[in-house]
Ligand binder design. Structure first.
Ligand code: ARG
Length: 395
């Protein structure tokens, strides 16, 4: 029986070489491409995969599922890894892995393969997800074990084996793109003190090039999900891309961080997520208006855990599912409108309103119409501080 493998194919050098490498070892390779908004030229890549030795190419448009079931879940959770990463790459891995498993079933393949190295998070995310969906599938990770140690050796291999790749193009960084953002690493970035050139950025303008005038945007949420931009009703994909353009032009959405990978390595990362950071600011502003204090504070703890689960490849796990239920429960009232001012890299909340607002002007006001009985505060404070009366022995 022939050995069939479904490979997560990106169209780039690594996964093109993998097609040949596997074919030479007797595998029938099916190249699988998921469209998660990376803007790839799938037709060119399809031809490339077939010319390299793939027996079949499967392309699936997963953009709306990606937005609905991954990106917006993460947004509802306010998930951010280590204060700077909106998880664009991390969120895309489980949906691609699910696509691999689905395709393997359909094609009756016993193997799936990916092009991740042995030093990153992505191998973990792919493999944990694949095994949680189908423990019987066998996973191949050629880059972890093959003899091609450097990029030039891979290019050499590609030339010797007539693999149609664009070898003239220099590849100074490792870049992963989807509709939620861009992740850039390696190359000159490996020096943490090196300031990246402006041309590394694809979605955001630098402060000096950003639009001079502030851009105001109005975002409407329904149950925690953004549904309108500047009064116009939009699906998630168009909302993210329209907002991303406005925010990116205003210089909003960059991060430069030293990040802790799951495999124990610290790594320098540059991220761009202009729509993401704007939506996060808006979503949090709305939550602050409609959620009670205890839910809001508890949700902050959950956000941290949620980000870790997504980052660590634990998307399809019982805890993550349970947290989604908790988060959805908190989002029932997160409907309303937030207005933001985007200017020279800054994303400021200008105003927020909601029919579910818990803000009560008659309690907060220092002007006419105050209904808060200040005389009650005295007793409240005495009882609140009772356990601590005279208890502090320090100086
Ligand atoms: N460090 C990020 C993460 O683990 C980004 C990885 C980006 N992958 C890439 N091939 N450039 O999610």
């Amino acid at each position: 029986m022939s050995k069939k493998v479904v490979l997560a194919y990106s169209g780039g050098l690594d996964t093109s070489v993998i097609i040949k490498w596997l074919a030479k070892r007797g595998y029938e390779v099916i190249a699988y491409m998921a469209d998660v908004g990376q803007g790839s030229d799938f037709n060119t890549y399809k031809k490339r995969a077939l010319a390299t030795g793939a027996v079949k190419v499967v392309v699936e448009d997963l953009k709306s599922e990606f937005v609905k079931d991954f990106v917006f879940k993460s947004l509802k959770a306010d998930a951010v890894y280590e204060s700077g990463y909106l998880l664009a790459t991390a969120l895309s891995r489980p949906i691609i892995a699910k696509g691999l498993v689905r395709t393997a079933k359909k094609e009756k393949a016993q193997f799936v393969a990916h092009g991740c190295t042995g030093k990153g998070n992505d191998q973990v995310r792919f493999e944990v997800t694949i095994k949680s969906l189908d423990p019987d599938l066998k996973i191949l990770a050629p880059v972890r074990e093959w003899e091609l140690k450097t990029r030039s050796e891979e290019i050499e291999y590609a030339k010797n084996n007539n693999i149609p790749i664009d070898t003239t193009k220099k590849k100074p960084y490792s870049i992963d793109v989807n509709l939620w953002g861009i992740s850039i690493e390696s190359g000159k970035l490996e020096d943490p003190y090196y300031e990246p050139d402006e041309d590394i950025y694809q979605l955001t303008k630098g402060i000096d090039k950003a639009t001079a005038e502030p851009a105001y945007v109005e975002i409407e949420f329904k149950a925690g999900v953004p549904v309108r931009l500047n009064g116009k009703s939009m699906d998630g994909i168009s909302l993210i891309s329209s907002l991303g353009k406005i925010a990116g032009d205003a210089g909003v959405g960059r991060s430069d961080m030293i990040e802790n990978r799951l495999v124990g390595i610290k790594s320098r990362e540059i991220y761009e997520a202009p729509a993401g950071w704007t939506l996060l600011a808006a979503h949090k502003a709305l939550e602050s208006l409609v959620l009670d204090r205890e839910t809001l504070h508890f949700k902050d703890l959950v956000a941290q855990k949620y980000a870790e689960l997504a980052y660590y490849g634990l998307w399809y796990t019982p805890l993550k599912e349970a947290l989604d239920k908790f988060i959805d429960e908190t989002q029932k009232n997160v409907s309303g409108v937030v207005r933001l001012k985007l200017h020279k890299g800054n994303c400021a909340v200008a105003g927020r309103k909601s029919p579910n607002s818990l803000y009560k002007k008659e309690l907060a006001t220092y002007e006419e119409g105050d209904v808060f009985d200040q005389s009650l505060a005295k007793g409240f404070i005495e009882i609140w501080g009772l356990p601590y009366r005279g208890s502090y022995k320090g100086k």
